[in-house]
Design a protein around this ligand. Structure first.
Ligand code: PFF
Length: 516
């Protein structure tokens, strides 16, 4: 069976940028920055970008293209090709399917809220809620965490989830060129248009209430960007910055590997990878940094903003922002495009999370795309249910921690060591530059070999030392959530084992086909 391929170079850049630019850029980033030193956060953030993010982006594009040449689009096959003597390395590669799958399970559900809220904004569904408290009950009612005057059951949320889920499955069904590339080529420009419109609207807020001159846009920007350098002494701030870089760039998890596996041998990876990173950083730092926090500051003032910023990304996106749109003229319109922006950001990321599992089935079991997508659709539909029905029990946090944080760092560490040390720097350097439109600065040879792996080992070691035991022993989980968190871990372990067994079966079969 012939493997799929991208249609154009712009197509894959848009697709990788689409994967990178997601809910993380507009909700997670501003909250992380505001609660980890403000402007000072940008120092570890940019250091992590140059020492972790950009090198890993190049490594994943290169390894993906290399693996694609051997008809492998996911980490088990790619790692095995790189280190054929090692029988176990392919099982490490399982993380590159498992991680995206775990993120997909909860990410798609959150994405469906953004679609629902864009309808609510237009139809005036949340217009009755005018305080933080009432808007919070609106959200809780919608999520099924409370039965109240806004929602008596989970049906609306479930309907939007099914629509979002089917939209994702349809895009993947149409494939790399006919589905993902087409979607991203339309969604990304639209996303930038929406983002810039909202950004300009926020930047034009000025001081809407003359009786409160300090509640101004300038002070709002200051709240986010004025540096608090003492934050740099905290290890937590550095971890948060490194974590944000991974999450926002979608690196260290296997997704970019799969996308790049559909390139041809002579396609450039250096400039293309860098272009996708630049688009992501523009969307994150410039657009993402100019919307939620400054707007919340202007309308809620310097005292409440501290509480709001600490209340988390969901609260800002789904509670504070709708309240703000109620206060501005044409708020229904701005509210609608804000949530559509989030939806486009979300769907272009979630399809990238689905593709590794689908590619694994196609490449390693030689089944058709239609069959692979059906298996994926049925399995993930079932796996999504705990995230929907047990949202309030700590299940989503647990999935996010293992899938969206821990696996990222672990996988990235294995991947970079394999690339620089097993594959070897000289060969790696040659592979990166095959067909390249620009050369990578020489210093990166040193960075990829020593700095990135050491930085990663340090981050991993520091985490294990500081937080490892309390997390493993569920020290910060409330007694009532413990059984659910424990069950989630069991559920994740089972998924991992099933994937590892599938790798074993696929390899055994191939050996039989090739003969002894
Ligand atoms: N980069 C996405 C965001 O910023 O929301 C999230 C994400 C997508 C993480 C794909 C990891 C991934 F593989």
């Amino acid at each position: 069976m012939k493997r799929q391929a991208w249609g154009t170079r712009l197509g894959i850049i848009m697709a990788v940028a689409g994967s990178a630019i997601g809910l993380g850029n507009f909700l997670r980033f501003p909250v992380q920055a505001a609660s980890n030193g403000g402007g000072a956060f940008m120092i570890p953030y940019f250091i992590s970008l140059f020492l972790l993010g950009i090198p890993l982006m190049w490594v994943e594009w290169t390894l993906g293209r290399y693996g694609g040449g051997f008809e492998h689009g996911t980490a088990p096959g790619i790692f095995h090709t790189m280190w054929q003597k090692n029988r176990f390395i392919k099982y490490f590669g399982v993380i590159g399917i498992f991680g995206p799958l775990v993120i997909f399970i909860y990410y798609t559900y959150i994405e469906s809220w953004t679609l629902a809220y864009s309808f609510f904004a237009l139809s005036g569904r949340y217009a009755g809620a005018t305080t933080q408290l009432s808007m919070q009950s609106f959200l809780k009612g919608f999520q099924g965490l409370e039965h109240n005057q806004y929602f008596s059951n989970l049906t609306p949320a479930y309907i939007f989830f099914i629509i979002t889920f089917l939209a994702n499955i349809t895009v993947i069904y149409y494939g790399i060129k006919g589905g993902i590339e087409k979607l991203c080529k339309v969604a990304m420009p639209l996303l930038f248009v929406f983002g810039i419109i909202i950004m300009i609207r926020v930047l034009a807020l000025g001081t809407p209430d003359p009786t409160r001159p300090t509640w101004s846009l300038i002070n709002g920007l200051g709240f986010l960007w004025n540096p608090n350098f003492s934050a740099l002494k905290s290890g937590r701030v550095w971890l948060a910055a490194a974590g944000q870089i991974f999450f926002t760039l979608s690196v260290g998890i296997g997704v970019i590997l799969t996308y790049a596996s559909y390139l041809s041998k002579g396609d450039d990876v250096v400039l293309s990878g860098l272009s996708a990173v630049s688009m992501n950083e523009f969307a994150e730092v410039i657009i993402g940094g100019s919307i939620v926090i400054p707007a919340a500051f202007v309308f809620f003032g310097p005292v409440d903003i501290g509480v709001i910023a600490k209340s988390g990304a969901f609260n800002l996106g789904f509670v504070t922002m709708p309240l703000i749109f109620e206060k501005i003229i044409f708020g229904a319109f701005f509210g609608c495009i804000w949530f559509l922006l989030l939806f486009l950001a979300g769907i272009t990321s979630s399809v990238s999370l689905a593709q590794p599992a689908v590619a694994f089935l196609e490449d390693e079991f030689n089944i058709t795309r239609a069959k692979a997508v059906s298996i994926f659709g049925i399995a993930t539909f079932i796996l999504c249910q705990p995230a929907i029905f047990l949202l309030g029990k700590g299940v989503v946090n647990e999935l996010d921690f293992w899938g969206g944080t821990f696996c990222l760092v672990l996988f990235a560490t294995v991947e970079i060591i394999l690339f620089a040390w097993i594959f070897g720097t000289e060969k790696a350097w040659e592979e990166i530059h095959r067909g390249a439109d620009m050369s990578v600065p020489k210093i990166y040879k040193f960075i990829i070999k020593y700095v990135t792996p050491l930085f990663l080992l340090f981050v991993l070691g520091f985490w294990l030392y500081q937080d490892g035991m309390p997390v493993i022993l569920m020290k910060n989980v409330s007694a009532s959530d413990k059984p659910f968190v424990f069950a989630t871990r069991l559920f994740l372990t089972i998924i991992f084992i099933v994937l590892a067994i599938m790798v074993k079966i696929a390899w055994r079969r191939k050996r039989k086909e090739v003969g002894p």
